[in-house]
Design a protein around this ligand. Structure first.
Ligand code: EPU
Length: 418
């Protein structure tokens, strides 16, 4: 298992290119199951989760070939296996997204139930109930979701709760269903709009892009397409926090301000100014970091995936800030690690109160999940002395070549094998 060694206190400078969004690329790869023709994806980040998804899709029978750096050609003209096994699904919950496409195109799918996750229980009831509404027969047998359908039928679906994954699964299933499907209270994350754009290129008929009501007219067949994965808004926000805590000015190439509304608003309130440039966004050196309160919400609200990184920044703010995590019930695992570095944080249920301290100190800490891990990187970049972050594989799931890219910005960071 690798660790990161960071000596804090170095200001960052220069430019970094923002990678394609993990949470978009994973679903776009699944979309390829909907057609026998090739789907070419560009700007796919090189991440452990992408490799896991590729392994899952290959064992279904998908052909995946690299066609240049960060580009892949996926072809599903010989899908012979409809089972997503536990060994792969337990590594990555996004595996459940093959359910809708497999069921819609082949009429059957057997997907291991993902089970628990470090950040919450994360049930998949909404995925299953909406596919049932479209006519699928679904049973849970020996820990597997076993789904069958002749041809799925369009339906009016009201999601009780906003769910990114349930929206994506149902949306993809609906593209090949018979008749019209309307998704009410659909998730509106930019990654969903990216998927909708790609599906439209593949011949899907979808109205309402970017809204919480998506109307899909099912078609008989989809065809091949070429698509570039949208820039990762969470990676962008993570770099902004890293620049802010080190009092730095950096440029984020390819970053999209329009996908970061609530996040940029909170940074602004905290005294961190971010301006648009011809090629992306520039973070300006902040004069002072002010405490601001955060409540996580579905898009366009403040994303749960930025909560930990923003909290790292708030540990050194002037004043106290309150964090309310409303999406996942166990997403404060970074708190005890940040406390080891000198942060003052108290949690009670889904609330954390962070009282800013003048500075953090390096310590040995442990990465616990993807975003929590990056919050430790942010804290370490500002801390006095050395921080050693173990279990770096969590970061590898969602941040491409992070040590090298931060080195490029001037950070004193090295990756070592334990
Ligand atoms: N939920 C249900 N039933 C369901 C589905 C979801 O109760 O059937 C609940 C969840 O337990 C949670 C809430 O609804 O409380 C929202 O979950 P959602 O389905 O939106 O999350 P997801 O699709 O499983 C994606 C991202 C997460 C991100 C969330 C919220 C991917 C691969 N994952 O998960 O990303 O936090 O949306 O925005 O797209 C990450 O990248 O670090 C990450 C965890």
């Amino acid at each position: 298992m690798d660790s990161l060694i960071i000596h804090g206190g170095q200001p960052l400078r220069g430019q970094v290119k923002i990678s394609g969004a993990k949470n978009s690329a994973l679903k776009l790869m699944c979309a390829s199951l909907l057609t026998a023709e090739p789907l070419t994806l560009h700007n796919v980040p090189q991440l452990a989760d992408i490799t896991t998804m590729a392994s899952l899709l290959k064992q279904h029978g998908m052909e995946i070939s690299e066609s240049g750096e960060n580009s892949f050609k996926l072809r599903s003209n010989n899908i012979t296996n409809f089972t997503a096994p536990y060994e792969l699904v337990k590594q990555m919950r996004a595996s459940i997204i093959v359910l809708g496409p497999l069921l819609a195109r082949f009429g059957e799918a057997k997907i291991s139930l993902p089970g628990g996750c470090a950040i919450g229980t994360r049930p998949v009831d909404l995925h299953l109930s909406s596919l049932k509404k479209m006519g699928a027969e679904i049973d849970i047998i020996d820990g597997y979701v076993v789904a069958k359908a002749q041809r799925l039928k369009g339906a009016e679906i009201y999601f009780e709760k906003v769910s990114v994954g349930a929206t994506e699964n149902t949306l993809m299933a609906a593209t090949l269903a018979q008749g019209e499907t309307v998704l009410h209270n659909a998730a509106q994350e930019p990654e969903i709009s990216d998927l909708v754009e790609c599906l439209i290129k593949m011949g899907a008929k979808i109205d309402g892009i970017g809204t919480n009501r998506l109307t899909i007219q099912g078609v008989e067949k989809l065809h091949g397409a070429e698509h570039e994965v949208v820039a990762d808004r969470i990676e962008t926000g993570s770099f902004i926090a890293a620049a802010a805590i080190t009092g730095s000015e950096i440029e984020l190439l390819g970053a999209r301000a329009e996908h970061l509304g609530a996040v940029l608003h909170k940074f602004e309130e905290a005294g961190v100014h971010v301006e648009k440039t011809a090629n992306g966004l520039r973070v300006k050196k902040p004069r002072e970091i002010k405490a601001v309160d955060i409540t996580t919400e579905p898009y366009p609200g403040f994303p749960t995936d930025m909560q930990a990184q923003f909290m790292a920044l708030m540990t050194v703010a002037s004043g106290a800030s309150t964090f309310q995590e409303t999406i996942f019930e166990n997403r404060f695992m970074h708190v005890p690690e940040l406390v080891r570095m000198g942060a003052k944080i108290k949690t009670s249920g889904n609330t954390a109160i962070v009282t800013g301290v003048p500075g953090l100190r390096g310590a040995e800490v442990m990465a616990t999940d993807l975003r929590a891990s990056f919050s430790l990187v942010i804290a370490a970049l500002a801390a006095e002395g050395e921080t050693r972050i173990s279990r770096v594989y969590h970061i590898d799931r969602g941040y491409e070549k992070i040590a090298r890219r931060l080195q490029g910005l001037g950070a004193d960071i090295t990756r070592i094998k334990e």
